[in-house]
Write a protein that binds this ligand. Sequence first.
Ligand SMILES: Nc1ncnc2c1ncn2[C@@H]1O[C@H](COP(=O)(O)OP(=O)(O)OP(=O)(O)O)[C@@H](O)[C@H]1O
Ligand SMILES: [Mg+2]
Length: 395
Amino acid sequence: MKCTLMNKYTGVLVAEYDSATSVFTKIYEVKDINYAPYILKSLYIEKDINDASFRTNLSEWFKGRGIPSWRDKLDLLLHRLNITAPYELLDKAFGLSLSDQYWLKPEGSNISYDDINFFDNDFDYAEFMEASLSDNSKVITKVSSLKTPNNTTDGMLKKAWIIDNGTRYLLKGGYKNETLQPFNEVLASEICKRLGFDHVEYTIDTYKDMVVSKCPCFVTKNTEFVTCHQVINDMKRHDSIKDYEEYIKKLEDNGIENAREKVENMYILDFLIMNEDRHLNNFGIIRNVNTLEWFDVAPIFDNGQSLNMEYFDDEEVHISGNGRFFYEVKPFDEIIKVVRDLKRIDISKLDGLVEWFDELLHKYQHLTGYSDTRINKLCILLNRQINKLKRLIEE
Ligand SMILES: Nc1ncnc2c1ncn2[C@@H]1O[C@H](COP(=O)(O)OP(=O)(O)OP(=O)(O)O)[C@@H](O)[C@H]1O
Ligand SMILES: [Mg+2]
């Protein structure tokens, strides 16, 4: 299919896209490389628009917008969607998503972004939600409409975009039989709210007796989410501290205010809930797609992989105690040292948080089946981290 890769209203490049293999086989013309996905712009070689490695990167980027091969219960989802691989979905709805504004405009078509984008235009979600979230393998939901942003969701967890009262929300389940992720998301939101950190607000919802988290879309028609991975892709790799400093500098150089403080806030949250999953696609920046201005640090999101206990009993609890800091896996006690001034945190705002979390976990005990011992251990862990942070602030 000959098509133009569009960024909202702006044509980026004209190319041949092979749906059967999800590969861009030829680039005919580059219209405006500035509007290309951030990661591609630095890889573009003006002298050779058909450079094989650029085309590979273009295909990889496009594939990366789809459902990954490591998605929980992927086999079941593919079966329900009646497809053999997630990439078959990539161009089903022009490749549109709710995290950015890229799409493929078929050659000769006069379709416009305003007619098709999922921010303004409604989509059917009930069948996809069932196909994606339902745990019962006997349930065979056939999905009749693939005009949905659910074709292009990243991440390991089962998830579905839905519309509720006109607002686009992302529902996310737990991982396999673990159901703690949604509660951690809500705990993270509560901490961010109390400490005044920019964040995506997660709430608990239920889908057929299953606990899921629900959060509104943090991207608008005028913005895109650019991951840290994309931002630092053209930088030379040193050690994590230097990479981190370069990342902060790049954000500041591009006019993002309070960039350091906002990124530090994320690591403070990760310390408090022991989030093990702050990989480079779980944070980043928001860019204006009309002006290409770097607008802000993206609000803190995806905090579910936290408070992980490897085992616990009445006497003890065993945890890994390692988080992620750029390319490294490091103890939380080390990562937190990146925060220059912990005294700016008013820790008293977290008074009563443990009791709040205890109550939340008990409220859904009939659905999760958590034992009182497990809830107690989770609260002990949270309390321990709060106290540790308190001591660090007082040092
Ligand atoms: N509220 C949101 N608004 C817009 N885009 C979002 C939102 N939440 C998530 N996304 C996009 O969807 C991707 C997957 O979401 P998320 O990271 O929450 O899922 P996950 O399955 O927990 O991921 P992981 O594989 O990192 O565990 C994100 O990287 C981001 O691009
Ligand atoms: Mg993620």
